[in-house]
Design a protein around this ligand. Sequence first.
Ligand code: HEC
Length: 313
Amino acid sequence: MKRFFPVYVRVPLIFFTCYGLLEYFIDSGDKPAIIAYPSVMLLLALVLLVIIALEIVASASNNIINQLMTPEERAEKERLENLPISQIPFVKNLLQKLTKTKPITSEKEIELDHDYDGIKELDNDLPPWWVYLFYATIIFSVIYLGKYHLFGGDNQFQELEKELAIAQKDIEEYKKTAPDLLTADKVILLTDAGDIAAGKAIYDANCVACHRADGGGGIGPNLADEYWILGGDVKEIFNTIMEGGRDGKGMVAWKQQIKPSDIQKVSSYILSLQGKNPADGKAPEGDKVTNNPASTTVATDSLAVKQASAPDA
Ligand code: HEC
């Protein structure tokens, strides 16, 4: 074996096999296991050390054995090491077992009586490798027949259908959390109680520090009054939250943290605060928007009307 795998092949081969197995069996998320867990790196280093140590011990003991051998023994060992592959005893035996060839010297034993104008025929056994393969196909066919024809295993079309159904489910699952392609021009005011509640949850989690829980305002402006610095239409509010306020004012763009459909919900929630008049709310800032979208409850087609948000003089 050493002949085919010299030490500079053997050591990396064993090492990378260990590495591959560790990576395969340790669940480490996106990162490679050796980076995610320093202990894995230590373990690999240990493995490498052990392999190298074993190699050193093996070659040292080999040297000692060589020195203890008589010259004849050494010559015999060398002869064995330099045999062509097919003459190595293990390989030779294996080939004989798989082919059961008769040596030319004993061919007479299996010669058939026929003589076709001097051409003779040998009655060789079927080579065992072929026979085993044949048995294997028989076993395979029995299993196949049982699974697909007796016990109703799925055929390829059924398999495809099942996989498509799973893929469809995955897509729906993905869509639940994936960023969506909602843009300001498609945003409409949501009035569904569930959407408003979802918007409130997002608001409570991200916005209360500056706008207060009731929208009365603090660092950020009052969101419950009719005055808007950056526009009070649902599309404008959506845009403000997506892209942030004016430079240096403290309102960051949220599009990296909150996906557009959720920003639509929080915008709708904010507009649902209109007219709630929170106690000691911040003084109005910006322009008055009278044609307030929250006053219309029809979601879809009321938008055209809402566009005309005239600032109060
Ligand atoms: C760090 C404080 C801070 C946080 C957190 C914050 N805002 Fe603001 N927000 C502000 C400031 C300051 C302004 C005013 C921006 C300007 O003047 O340009 C503002 C403006 C706004 C406006 C426009 C108001 C107007 O009058 O036009 C909306 C709508 C708004 N914020 C919604 C939100 C929402 C929704 C969240 C949570 C996702 C949020 N804000 C989180 C500070 C904040």
